[in-house]
Design a protein. Structure first.
Length: 716
């Protein structure tokens, strides 16, 4: 801490660069993009911060600028955008990134381990980055800070209340994955940063893992050097070149909306409200800046639907001459548009179905422009603080029209709102936000210092003997099952002794694992990952890794969990020899047992923390949050000093799933259980044609592992 904080920010979707942000280009490049960029720069300026890495996705796609393929981009003193590749090279919308997030976890681990020290904490933004950050912080033993920006439960609720079909919104937005990730983040985070009290009380509070003491309210800032009221230094006609050509009378007060063409932004209802009110149409113009577009037909599905509906509404209501709907705008056009509206005594409107905060409302306030805002979400707090406009039900078209008409009707009240907004906006600064944030992080790190030191000690213990490659395999039905193929694999291991470290990862206890290996004449592995990844031991004397045990003890209350799970129908504790200090194992009666999601809910409601690992529909293992085969492999990567891309891992069943994802070279043997079919087609997962040890040998050849065979593509 004396040398200054080192912080890692994760914001992984959308297009992020240090200049000329393409805000509104698509549904993923919006307010969050600007938020994280301004936050990173302001943190970099803070005297107690030494380094800020803003980690995002590296994109190589001819459809977007080559700027997004640059691995590192300095964005200010002490702050750098770091772009890491994961998944396909092309640009993808955020809903399509979920299957590839394991790869980013491993890329981040490699990036951090190449640095002189780990960051003091990881600060994730949105659910996808939160999912990644949970796993990073579990592996590294450092605190997680999270900002949600938009929450899945709230967005799903509003879309359904607007008449959307549940199956359609699930297919489009993947809410099940997103909400599960948000629960996991809320459970694992040491601190959650909300922008408003409403976000805490009405949104985060609906989650099962909600614990109010871990949430803090810290509103973001607005750049008052960009967003300012009209003045002598601003041309009187600024903004006119962008929208004037659309309007029959550009002198009318503009009803201005600036938003991405996303369903939740509710732009179509705003157009309907304007079109349905004859007085409003007579007195005002409507200016809708809905991102940037080239050919509507080539836009993403959700954007295409919104833009097509807007154009249809304009034509149906014959709004030509009364509405501006420009195709493109540059970042510098946005402040000019606010001032264009303010000069003409217009109003800014944000009637999103729900809005976590509403940065555009602050931008409007800083520009001297009153607002009409959605009553759902953070704008309640913003308008209450700024006292510069009205709130409205975003589902009530007539109410929207009335509120806009009212906002334009009294010049004296308009001026009062404009002055109040200007005064309030000066209190929302990024430097103020960061001052509060750094203080909160300092308190967090002080509170967690003992646990952080223990984690650092576990990871900084002396490395074991150097091996260039590591082969780790499940035992039952993967390593053993075919004596002839196993003999061939053992011969290969002996041939590569000294170059390849051999390990097993099993649900069995250490003693039971050794019994099986001896029965099949398998040489003693150098590394044992046992009890479903809740123990690591080393040959020749089965010495336990005490550092790993300390690492996974975090938030583990075994006796309380056992008592709680004894009340769950369909769970039968296995024999004592199958239990462990960091593992509770159960046989499952599938006719009576609730779904894993319901068991997880019960655990969260009790204020407990655990990871559930199901296998074959018959077994359930309950582990600490930091345990599991996958996390144990990543711990070993650091301990052995071998990059994950030099680990070959093999498995056959559900409790191997986490181990088989990410940057490792994964092999699924031919006799695998159906539950692993979800990995087919995933990156670096090879489905072998041979069973048991024969499948492992086939995978060795497929990858050219340790110089064997001819390397092929690392996708199945």
């Amino acid at each position: 801490m004396s040398a200054g904080l080192s912080l890692a920010l994760l914001s992984i979707h959308g297009l992020l660069r240090g200049r000329d942000l393409e805000l509104g280009r698509d549904a993923d490049t919006g307010g969050q993009t600007l938020y994280v960029l301004e936050l990173a720069r302001a943190l970099g300026r803070h005297p107690r911060v030494a380094r800020v890495d803003l980690i995002t996705r590296l994109v190589e796609d001819p459809r977007v600028s080559p700027d997004y393929a640059v691995p590192e981009e300095p964005i200010g003193p002490g702050a750098t955008i770091v772009r890491l590749p994961f998944g396909p090279r092309r640009y993808l919308r955020k809903e399509l990134l979920w299957p590839h997030l394991d790869g980013l976890v491993d890329r981040c681990l490699a990036f951090f381990r190449a640095r002189p020290r780990f960051p003091h904490l990881v600060h994730s933004h949105y659910a996808d980055a939160g999912w990644v950050a949970v796993r990073l912080c579990q592996s590294l033993g450092i605190p997680l800070v999270h900002t949600g920006h938009s929450l899945g439960r709230e967005k799903r609720r509003r879309l359904l209340s607007d008449g959307r079909k549940e199956s359609a919104v699930e297919r489009q937005f993947h809410f099940r994955e997103r909400i599960a990730a948000e629960e996991e983040v809320l459970e694992g985070a040491a601190l959650v940063v909300a922008s408003t009290a409403q976000e805490v009380e009405a949104q985060w509070a609906s989650y099962e893992a909600f614990r109010g003491r871990r949430l803090t309210v810290n509103p973001p800032g607005v750049d008052t050097s960009r967003f300012a009221p009209p003045g002598p230094s601003h041309p009187a006609d600024e903004g006119l070149d962008l929208v004037g050509r659309f309007l029959a009378d550009p002198s009318k007060p503009p009803v201005l909306a600036i938003a991405r063409p996303a369903p939740k932004k509710n732009l179509a209802r705003l157009v309907e409200a304007f079109a349905s009110d004859a007085e409003l149409r007579r007195r005002a113009n409507l200016v809708v800046v809905a991102g940037t577009r080239d050919d509507v037909r080539r836009a993403e599905e959700a954007e295409r639907e919104v833009l097509t509906e807007l154009l249809h509404l304009v034509d149906r209501h014959d709004l030509w001459g009364s509405i501006a709907l420009p195709k493109r705008h540059a970042p510098e056009d946005v402040p000019a548009l606010y001032r264009f509206a303010a000069r003409r005594h217009g109003v800014f409107v944000n009637v999103a179905l729900t809005e976590p905060f509403g940065l555009t409302l602050l931008e409007a306030a800083a520009s001297g422009l009153p607002v009409v805002a959605t009553a759902d979400g953070g704008p309640r707090d913003v308008v209450a603080t700024c006292r510069n406009g009205l709130l409205v039900d975003p589902l009530d078209t007539a109410a929207i029209a009335r509120a806009v008409r009212e906002a334009l009707s009294e010049p004296s009240r308009w001026r009062s709102w404009a002055r109040a907004g200007l005064r309030a906006a000066r209190r929302y600064t990024w430097d103020g936000h960061v001052e509060r944030h750094v203080a909160a992080c300092g308190r967090l790190l002080s509170r967690e210092r003992k646990r952080i030191r223990r984690g650092a000690a576990a990871l900084s213990a002396p490395r074991l003997r150097t091996a260039r490659w590591v082969l780790v395999t499940d035992i039952d039905d993967t390593l053993v099952g075919d004596a002839e193929a196993l003999t061939e694999l053992v011969a290969w291991l002996r041939e590569h002794e000294g170059t390849v470290a051999f390990g097993v990862a099993t649900g069995r206890t250490p003693d039971r694992a050794l019994e099986v290996l001896r029965a099949w004449d398998v040489p003693t592995p150098e590394v044992f990952v046992t009890s479903v990844g809740s123990e690591i031991r080393y040959a020749p004397d089965q010495r336990p890794d005490a550092g790993f045990s300390r690492h996974i003890r975090h938030r583990w209350r075994r006796d309380a969990l056992a008592a709680l799970l004894s009340t769950v129908p369909g769970l039968v504790p296995q024999r004592a020899e199958n239990q462990g200090p960091f593992k509770l194992s159960y046989d499952v009666d599938p006719r009576r047992v609730p779904a894993d999601e319901e068991i997880s809910r019960r655990i969260r409601r009790a204020g407990l923390h655990a990871r559930l690992v199901s296998s074959q529909g018959r077994f359930l293992d309950v582990l600490p949050l930091r345990a599991g085969k996958g996390l144990a492999i990543r711990f070993l990567s650091h301990r052995l000093g071998v990059p994950l891309e030099r680990f070959l891992v093999a498995g056959d069943s559900g409790n191997d799933t986490e181990m088989l994802r990410g940057e490792t070279l994964a092999v699924v043997v031919a006799n695998h259980k159906p539950e692993l079919e979800c990995l087919r087609g995933a990156e670096r997962v090879y489905f072998a044609r041979r069973a048991y040890a024969g499948g492992i040998l086939e995978g060795i050849s497929h990858y050219g592992f340790a110089g064997s065979g001819v390397p092929q593509q690392v996708t199945a």
